[in-house]
Design a protein around this ligand. Structure first.
Ligand SMILES: Nc1ncnc2c1ncn2[C@@H]1O[C@H](COP(=O)(O)OP(=O)(O)OP(=O)(O)O)[C@@H](O)[C@H]1O
Ligand SMILES: [Mg+2]
Length: 237
């Protein structure tokens, strides 16, 4: 297997190790991983259930402090930052999409996407205009005023993606973003993520079980027994 190419990484991990439990029940999940994630590229993290994919994503995304090792965003070591700076970095540079969409049932699509901007202090009209643009980018310009109950699974996930991308994060972390979708919608969502990656130079780290998504990725990280093997795909078309 070939390693990913040697260009400056947006995000990198060195000696990343983590275990859960204590004493005799302590079980290592990640063992001294070294990984690099490149700008404008989509990496899929694959592996059996329980292999540590979500743990790795949480550690890379600054949501879980690993037992050992380092995660760097550019030159900044996440866990070397003061908690308030890490929080700022997470808010400004990182975005997260999860399997369950996590949408508010009472809000329309445009309100869901405008919300993070409003929470950042953006005025209503500007937030709505940016939200509208983000929803148009994911092909939902005709669904702006629908609530989650009125949207299909694939559309809900696209709203969640628009909400994650509206602030133009440097890195998007997605944990099983397609697992609640049928294969056609799953593939559409992954294609969309890849397109947005290319357009905005976003780095995407996405966990998936679905081998059909492999052709869409730039890199694949296979997790097995706590060890990662990086495998480069051919040019993703
Ligand atoms: N908070 C926790 N406390 C204790 N053990 C945990 C915790 N979170 C995960 N684990 C264990 O760590 C291992 C890896 O879990 P993780 O959720 O990272 O796997 P995964 O590859 O994402 O699995 P899946 O594909 O089923 O989502 C599993 O054995 C799990 O039981
Ligand atoms: Mg998981």
């Amino acid at each position: 297997m070939k390693a990913c190419p040697d260009v400056p990484a947006t995000l990198s991990a060195h000696g990343l190790s983590h275990a859960y439990g204590r004493g005799a029940t302590r079980a290592p999940v990640l063992r001294e991983l070294a990984l690099r994630f490149l700008p404008g590229q989509m990496t899929l993290v694959m592996g059996a259930s329980g292999s540590g994919k979500s743990t790795l994503l949480a550690a890379l995304g600054g949501l879980l402090r690993p037992d050992a090792g380092e995660v760097k965003f550019g030159a900044n070591s996440l866990w070397g930052l003061a908690p308030s700076l890490l929080e700022q970095l997470r808010k400004r540079e990182f975005a997260y999409v999860f399997q369950g969409f996590n949408l508010f049932s009472a809000l329309t699509a445009i309100e869901q996407v405008a919300l993070p901007l409003r929470l950042d202090g953006e005025v209503r009209a500007a937030a709505r205009s940016r939200a509208e643009q983000a929803l148009a980018e994911v092909g939902l310009d005709r669904h702006l005023h629908l609530r989650p109950a009125e949207l299909s699974g694939g559309e809900k996930q696209r709203v969640a993606i628009a909400r994650a991308l509206v602030k133009h994060p440097s890195v998007l972390f997605a944990d099983e973003p397609t697992s609640a979708l049928d294969s056609l919608n799953g593939e559409r969502v992954i294609r969309l993520l890849r397109e947005l990656t290319r357009r905005h130079g976003t780095t995407i780290v996405a966990v998936t079980h679905d081998p059909r998504l492999k052709p869409h990725a730039d890199c694949i990280v296979n997790l097995c027994d706590g060890v990662a093997v990086a495998e480069r795909q051919g040019a993703a078309s």
